[in-house]
Every structure is written in structure tokens, then in C-alpha cells.
Design a protein around this ligand. Sequence first.
Ligand code: CO
Length: 134
Amino acid sequence: MLGRLNHVAIVVPDLKAATAVYRDTLGASVTAPQALPEHGVTVVFIDTGNTKVELLEPLGEASPVAAFLEKNPSGGMHHVCYEVDDILAARDRLKAAGARVLGDGSPKTGAHGKPVLFLHPKDFCGTLVELEQA
Ligand code: CO
């Protein structure tokens, strides 16, 4: 069921400063910021060849990453995203195995324009897991 690692997401308090760290200090190429109001974040992508890193900054009052930043003021690793061939089949299999799917259980459109779901960190080794339709 589990496919490639699509990305690792890092929440940051200041996207401009974080972009400068990745671009200038680490020598990475970083995309232009993309606002995703329905997800409550602004995001940039760093392509590392085998996978991607996403830097997320809260957007709006009800950002789902705001509480994370309160606990981790310098930022930190927020989730990992794995690709699956069939997101609905993956969801049903995980639910049958007792895993908790966040939200109402129906996929939303993610940052790459594909359906995504999030899984409860307590069911996956303390790490928030995103599944993305490959
Ligand atoms: Co993600």
C-alpha cells in the first residue's frame, strides 16, 4: 500500500527567513510562496531530487499549524507524506485496522492538486502522516 516518500513538511515561524536558510545557507532552490487558504498555510517547496521538503507558515486565524508553532516556537518537523495508489482503498484499509483518519475522512485537495488525507500521529509512532494519491 505504502508508496514513495512524497515530502517532509516543516512548520516555520517566518517563511522568508526559512527560505533564506534553505536557499542561501543550504544552497537549495526554493519555489515562490504559494498561499493555500483552505489549508491555512503558505508553503514553499524544495526539491531534493529523491523527495521534497515543504516549509509551511501559518496563514489566517484558524491555521491548523498555529498550535504547533506555539509548542515549537522555532519551528519543527510537522508531518511526512507518503504516496498511495488508491487513497480511498488505503483509507478503508487503515480504518479497518483501527487507525484514526483526521477530519471527516474524505480526502481534500492538497498542495500538489491531488487528494490527501491525514492520519492521527498517536497511531503512527508519534508522527502525523499525510497520504497523497500518487
Ligand atoms: Co504535506
